[in-house]
Design a protein around this ligand. Structure first.
Ligand SMILES: *Cc1c(COP(=O)(O)O)cnc(C)c1O
Length: 369
């Protein structure tokens, strides 16, 4: 049998869970409680519990989780929010969407997460919040971030879209800041079968406000206290997530095992991920750096090995953020890293045999040079 290699493979997982998933979906179909069915509350409680937080609010996507968090702190026109330029656009897009200003702080060259030594110099009297991203599933430097936030009276919203289950010291990420945001985009470590997300918090006031914000600012039908949005999590997605949550630790363990095996075999050729020793990364992506990145990608792709770049253009240089006035050279580490990173196939069901195709192909590329 010829081995076919995908970048992520949602089919294997679906086949393994098919009967459980179909049963869960069927139950929702039979109940016809497509909006706010009991599965929504159930997955909120289970995820809050899993992360060691008091509350969780299911929402329509990871992007809406970030948006609703910023609405919960009443982010206003002209306010500033500090974040990383080396992330998916959603992290910063929601700041601009609310007419506030994203302020980008460069990244740490080893972890690719926000460089905590550069945050304070960007704080002004308009700064309201910091949004660290636990990139590729590695926790950001939360102790330092929380200390800066406390000193300057700022909110911390953890973009944990790539990091469900990741641990910072003795805590799971997403439960450390004022709020934490999850994405259930299908290819995330815990993926739904469509869009979905969640905001996690220990703060009862935020919890109550988030429940209203995601539901047109309403607690009681047709009575609207505040301006909100339609940002709910579908019952069907909640039912699917209830099935999948049982496996998240096993899947994350597999990702870690695969990542370690990649690193053992590849560190003499490329820069492999650097994980700080007081935290557990869950490898949403396995991302390496190579000076020959573009050639290596061509070589791997021509050998049937898919790759991806997370991310080719740092946000401060994106056309959509041109109005902020950044130019090339402003955030040199992000700019440098975006030119040599590439991600390798990574999914929990990846066999050693399939992984060896990737490893051997990279070896071939370097040994032929
Ligand atoms: C996926 C992702 C998001 C957005 O999540 P969606 O569910 O796709 O809206 C936000 N931030 C990061 C870092 C992500 O990886």
């Amino acid at each position: 049998m010829e081995l076919k290699l995908n970048f992520t493979d949602l089919k294997i997982q679906y086949k393994n869970l098919e009967s459980e998933i179909k049963e869960a979906i069927n139950k929702v179909l039979e109940s016809t409680q497509f909006i706010n069915g009991p599965q929504v509350k159930e997955i909120e409680e289970k995820i809050a519990d899993y992360l060691g937080a008091k509350y969780a609010v299911g929402v329509s996507s990871g992007t809406d989780a970030l948006l609703l968090s910023l609405m919960a702190i009443d982010l206003k026109e002209g306010d500033e929010v500090i974040t990383t330029p080396f992330t998916f656009i959603a992290t910063a897009e929601v700041i601009s969407f609310l007419k506030a200003k994203p302020v980008f702080v460069d990244i740490d060259e080893r972890t690719y997460n926000i460089d905590v030594t550069k945050i304070e110099e960007k704080i002004t009297d308009r700064t309201r919040a910091i949004i660290p991203v636990h990139l590729y599933g590695q926790p950001a430097d939360m102790d330092e971030i929380m200390a800066i936030a406390k000193k300057h009276n700022l909110f911390v919203i953890e973009d944990s879209a790539q990091a469900i289950g990741a641990k910072y010291k003795d805590k799971k990420v997403c439960s450390i800041g004022d709020m934490g945001c999850l994405s259930f985009f299908p290819s995330k470590n815990l993926g739904a079968y469509g869009d979905g997300g969640m905001v996690v918090t220990n703060n009862e006031e935020f919890y109550k406000k988030l429940l209203m914000l995601r539901n047109h600012g309403s607690e009681v039908r047709y009575k609207h206290k505040i301006i909100g949005i339609n940002g709910r999590l579908d019952t069907i997605q909640a039912a699917i997530l209830l099935v999948k949550l049982k496996y998240i630790d096993e899947w994350n363990r597999n990702r870690i095992k695969i990542a370690n095996r990649y690193s053992e075999n590849l560190s003499k050729y490329v820069i492999t991920p650097y994980i700080k020793n007081d935290r557990v990364a869950v490898f949403h992506q396995y991302t390496i750096r190579s000076k020959e990145r573009d050639e290596l990608i061509k070589y791997l792709n021509s050998n049937g090995i898919p790759t991806a770049i997370h991310y080719p253009i740092p946000l401060h240089l994106q056309e959509a953020f041109q109005y902020l006035g950044y130019k090339e050279g402003d955030l040199p580490v992000s700019e440098k890293i975006s030119k040599d990173v590439m991600s390798l196939p990574m999914f929990p069901e990846m066999s050693e045999e399939v992984q060896d195709l990737v490893i051997n192909s990279i070896k071939d590329f370097y040994e032929k040079r």
